[in-house]
Design a protein around this ligand. Structure first.
Ligand SMILES: [Zn+2]
Length: 288
């Protein structure tokens, strides 16, 4: 009969996410006791359970541990200074998006991320099986054995944060335009907006261009001494006229985000609609 000393044991240190590690292992039925120092957990397993323990630890490192690690990266280090405009909630959201993206990559087994699981499993198996009463830092296992993976995770997080900040700036711009629109008395005439990759122009339902005088007025309203961009001018005209309905003819092929048509939709909401590839669009496409 095997005695207490025959049962493999290990002491696991985890600076990044100890409570999560404890919960994770307990939920999977692996015997866990926390030491009073609060810095480590003790685990015991039967020799037949080693693969279950290794799988559990690997899953922990690529999920809960990774979330905590990325959050700490954003909050503790210089990264935080780069994104001062983002609230805590948004940072957490960015971390979740990043981890979700990486999980999807894991699921799709794209290199080199797919290499991280066998690498971690192999490292953990040898560290746990080769020593009696092993003492190991799970942070060190992932930080040393999967360094490239962590670097990729950080790059992915930076990209998600950058996009969030861009979205936030765009939303502030849309809100500003909506405020201006609310201050304008609405007119009665529908306006048609045509967008191509290089131009934006406005017509009345009969097809005649919006008059020069109005453009001039809108240009004065729009300019504060700086050069007026054609799209800014077109938006100023639309806001000044405040049409009850706008029909958008979007002929763009490769306009960068956010394109003018989308901005019109977000500013005018239900007052804007798409033409649905009308005969005008079909004629224009023939001539483009
Ligand atoms: Zn159309």
């Amino acid at each position: 009969m095997k005695g207490w000393m025959d049962v493999p044991r290990a002491t696991l240190f985890c600076e990044t996410a100890l409570p999560q590690l404890q919960r994770h292992l307990k939920e999977r039925g692996i015997w866990v006791a926390a030491y009073s120092s609060g810095e480590s957990v003790a685990v015991q397993w039967s020799t037949t359970q080693i693969s279950q323990l290794v799988e559990s630890l690997t899953a922990f490192l690529t999920q809960e541990w990774l979330v905590s690690y990325l959050q700490q990266q954003v909050y503790k280090h210089t990264t935080r200074d780069l994104w001062p405009e983002l609230a805590t909630q948004q940072v957490d959201y960015a971390v979740q998006l990043t981890v979700h993206g990486l999980s999807r990559q894991l699921a799709e087994t794209l290199p080199p991320v797919r290499q991280v699981i066998p690498t971690l499993e192999q490292a953990l198996t040898s560290l746990l099986a080769e020593q009696e009463d092993a003492i190991l830092s799970v942070d060190a296992v992932i930080q040393f054995r999967a360094r490239t993976f962590l670097q990729q995770a950080q790059v992915a997080l930076q990209e998600v944060l950058r996009q969030l900040e861009e979205d936030q700036e765009y939303q502030a711009f849309v809100d500003h335009l909506r405020e201006k629109l609310m201050a304008q008395p609405p007119s009665t005439q529908e306006v048609h907006v045509f967008c191509t990759d290089t131009q934006v122009w406005l017509c009345y339902p009969g097809g005649e261009l919006v008059q020069d005088e109005e453009i001039l007025r809108a240009a004065q309203w729009a300019s504060d001494g700086s050069e007026v961009h054609p799209e800014d001018l077109a938006m100023s005209i639309l806001i000044t006229r405040s049409p009850p309905h706008i029909v958008i003819h979007d002929l763009t092929q490769s306009a960068p985000w956010p394109n003018f048509a989308e901005t019109v939709e977000r500013v005018f909401l239900q007052r804007a609609s798409r033409c649905g590839h009308c005969s005008w669009c079909q004629d224009l496409e023939g001539g483009l």
